[in-house]
Design a protein around this ligand. Structure first.
Ligand code: SAH
Length: 476
């Protein structure tokens, strides 16, 4: 069973009794942190560092000379064991566990019921980093990265926002309005003044901005965002920004969980995923949802797999929005054909063998009948066929009937760009059989043309392409 993940919390220790067992330099560091949090600290040990003794003389902590004794846990909220003696640490952990006290044994994740994270301190803004004890060095490196990202003035900025909270709340009844005002505050002139160390000017600037801000509710809008094929790294920066500003996200089945995880935490997420054949939410219902949320003044992101304008019905959606007077934007995404080709090492065009590429969809028999097969069967071009797995045999038969050689290389890329990606490589004649034998399922993209053969040699992502039938499983 995989270890359960830790549940992150920030604790309010002001005025609460905490026991530290151990009187050396490690204990001293822990005490320093606890004092910053306003805890009422008692330290028990046979001897103490000069600093610990000094704090005790100033009345900031109390010292108990002697050995750890379970009685000392009485009335405490937290315990930290920081002795150099593993036996004592284990004894503290066991006694605290019996009393249901949260315990940290320094550098011993197994004995600890809570861990102290690596922190980036911009109090009151604090970023805590933990690997649940799995890789403390990694946590430290991540902390250093974040440390570089966050300007030292952010703490002062957070404190300023706290001072103005009541007045800002009073000015904007609407939550969305308030959030947008604060977003501007944290990124604009006020933030800049705080950064430059001019707190007075910053305060004046907040007052001015509050004065001139328009408090009437804003109109909602819709951004159609292409989420790409699955790998979250392929999302555009603009798409990421839209996801971070969204109030509501309507997302499709093909949108990867990793992409969705990048969105603003408290954005409402609505799954309108469509299964081929079994529509979870009809197109009309999606239109109605977009309209209702936008009319309520929300920022809606309509998040679609790949690119919104490539077999994604994005055109219909903005026609609808325009007809209803809703403002919209479109952020392109990396479409499946581009991503699958790249991640399979198959260049879609190639000076020697393919001068053009066509994006085709073939999701049902009726759509197959309306395609210009003579044109599709022409040489020196690449076909990228969306939604083609089910109709693979029919596609092959028609291409061959219109003159494409059965030996034309062809590839199927299943779950392109995801960790589950599989590539099946063959030719027009063999591919339907290989696809059956490997049980290739949707989403998969079919690439037909001489370029497909290059995948055998140029592949770089995930497992090597499958070119033959899987070995038969032995019957027991
Ligand atoms: N708008 C999307 C396409 C939607 S149609 C885009 O631009 O990519 C759905 C089809 O796209 C699927 O049936 C499949 O053929 C293809 N597809 C989408 N994501 C894919 C992926 N990660 N791997 C392989 N094919 C994919």
């Amino acid at each position: 069973m995989p270890a359960a993940r830790l549940y992150p919390i920030f604790t309010q220790l002001a005025g609460r009794a905490v026991l530290v067992v151990g009187g050396g330099s490690v204990a001293e560091r822990k005490v320093a942190g606890l004092l910053e949090a306003g805890a009422e600290v008692a330290v028990i040990a046979p001897d103490f560092t000069p600093q610990l003794s000094a704090w005790a003389e100033n009345g900031r902590i109390s010292l108990i000379s002697g050995k750890f004794d379970e009685e000392q846990l009485e009335r405490r909220w937290l315990v930290i064991a920081a002795t150099a003696d593993p036996g004592v640490n284990a004894q503290v952990a066991a006694a605290a566990e019996r009393r249901r006290l949260w315990t940290n044994v320094v550098d011993d994740a197994a004995l600890s019921s809570f861990q102290v994270p690596a922190v980036v301190d911009r109090a009151p803004l604090v970023v805590a980093v933990s690997t649940a004890g799995a890789a403390p060095v990694l946590a430290r490196l991540v902390r250093e990265k974040i440390e570089r990202l966050l300007d030292p003035s952010l703490g002062a900025l957070a404190a300023l926002a706290d001072r103005w909270r009541g007045r800002i709340r009073g000015r904007f009844a609407d939550l969305g309005q308030r959030r947008r005002f604060l977003e501007r505050l944290f990124q604009g002139r006020v933030a800049e003044l705080v950064r430059r160390g001019q707190p007075g000017a910053a305060e004046a600037s907040v007052a001015r901005e509050l004065d001139v801000a328009d408090a009437s509710p804003t109109a909602g809008s819709v951004v159609l965002v292409g989420a790409g094929p699955g790998d979250a790294g392929l999302l555009t920066l603009k798409g990421l920004r839209a996801l971070n500003e969204a109030d509501v996200i309507l997302y499709d089945r093909l949108v990867g969980a990793d992409v969705l995880a990048l969105a603003r935490r408290d954005a409402e997420r609505i799954d309108v995923g469509k299964q081929a054949g079994a529509h979870a939410t009809s197109q009309e219902a999606i239109h109605a949802l977009m309209l209702a949320h936008a009319r309520a003044g929300r920022r809606v992101v309509r998040l679609k797999g790949g690119d919104p304008f490539v077999f994604g019905r994005g055109g219909e959606e903005i026609e609808f929005l325009q007809a209803h007077g809703i403002a919209y934007e479109v952020v392109p995404g990396v479409t499946a054909a581009l991503a699958c080709a790249a991640y399979a090492g198959i260049p879609l065009t190639h000076r020697d063998v393919a001068q053009s590429v066509r994006f085709v969809t073939a999701h049902c028999k009726a759509s197959l009948d309306t395609l210009d097969w003579a044109a599709l069967a022409a040489e020196r071009q690449t076909l990228a066929v969306y939604m083609g797995v089910a109709g693979l045999e029919r596609i092959r038969d028609r291409l061959v009937a219109h003159g494409r050689a059965p030996t034309t290389p062809a590839a199927l890329v299943e779950n392109g760009s995801r960790t589950t990606q599989r590539v099946v490589l063959g030719d027009l004649a063999s591919l339907p059989r290989l696809a059956r034998e490997h049980a290739v399922a949707s989403p998969a993209l079919l690439i037909v043309g001489e370029v497909a053969a290059l995948g055998a040699q140029l592949h770089w992502f995930g497992a090597a392409p499958l070119t033959a039938a899987p070995p038969l499983a032995c019957a027991a």
